[in-house]
Design a protein around this ligand. Structure first.
Ligand code: HPA
Length: 275
């Protein structure tokens, strides 16, 4: 057996023995957004360091706990805290937990992350539904020998962001009276923020938001056949001609603001999700 595939199986077996039932949704929460699990009925918390082969979370604002439970009566496995390339991991290592969640049988991957708004119409504290992405991380989780048990060598990415989930999210945002911007997410490695010239470039290639995660997670999820929904919290404006320094405090404050929309929107989406 491929060594990575064996590690995925070992981690999945460890988790399966500790959770109740079959999770339908895998969820990843990011910077300042870990409190989304507050709207979950939590049955079990498993620290990442206990799970065989899981990477270790090194970022302070990321808890590093796998939370099993339910939201709107659907079974969820939520990662409170994720891994980033800027921590020194490869795209392959970052996406290990997604492959484990797929092995555990989840059908959907919901990703929530923080991003800077490149679209001048978007305001910090608002949220954006990601409809497509541009991967500028210079990495890809599928580099190396393909694990055929997970998915194909050359996965199609024309509908990476599930159309039905997009329609459902927009409908629920309308019902809940939440401003749901939509647009293209550009993934970079960080950890330095963008220079004005870089910001101008990212906008000119079609980006509406930029962040240091998400794209590789989405690629790995699509590879193993998961239906993907990504909603980002716009934590700061990233506009070249009126750029002000971005502080981590602002990012976390606006992530909290956005998470009050997300704690209403996500359960509404999940409630109507097909099993
Ligand atoms: N740039 C990159 N990543 C980010 C930003 C940003 O402005 N805000 C939050 N994550």
């Amino acid at each position: 057996m491929n060594p990575t595939n064996r590690k995925i199986t070992e981690a999945a077996n460890f988790i399966r023995e500790r959770i109740i039932g079959q999770p339908l949704i895998g969820m990843i929460t990011g910077t300042g957004l870990g409190n989304l699990t507050d709207v979950m009925e939590i049955a079990k918390r498993i620290p990442y360091e206990q799970i065989p082969h899981f990477p270790k979370s090194t970022v302070e604002s990321h808890a590093g706990i796998l939370v099993s439970g339910s939201m709107a009566e659907k079974s969820i496995l939520a990662m409170q805290g994720r891994f980033h390339i800027y921590e020194g991991y490869t795209a392959n290592e970052i996406t290990f937990p997604i492959r484990v969640m797929a092995r555990l049988g989840v059908k959907y991957l919901f990703v929530v992350s923080a991003a800077g708004g490149l679209n001048p119409l978007f305001k910090p504290g608002e949220v954006m539904l990601v409809t497509d992405h541009i991967n500028l991380t210079g990495d890809n989780p599928l580099i190396g020998k393909n694990i055929d048990e997970l998915g194909p060598r050359f996965p199609d990415m024309t509908s990476a962001y599930d159309k039905d989930l997009t329609v459902l999210s927009k409908e629920k945002a309308r019902e809940e009276k939440i401003i749901l911007n939509q647009g293209i997410y550009v993934g970079i490695t960080g950890p330095s923020l963008e220079t004005p010239a870089e910001t101008r470039f990212l906008r000119s290639i079609g980006g509406d938001a930029v962040g240091m995660s998400t794209v590789n997670e989405v690629i790995a999820a699509v590879h193993c056949g998961l239906k993907v929904l990504v909603i980002v919290a716009l934590t700061n404006s990233n506009l070249p001609d009126c750029m002000t320094p971005t502080s981590m405090e602002d990012v976390i404050l606006n992530a909290k603001k956005a998470s009050s929309s997300l704690t209403k929107l996500l359960p509404a989406i999940i409630k109507d999700l097909e099993k």
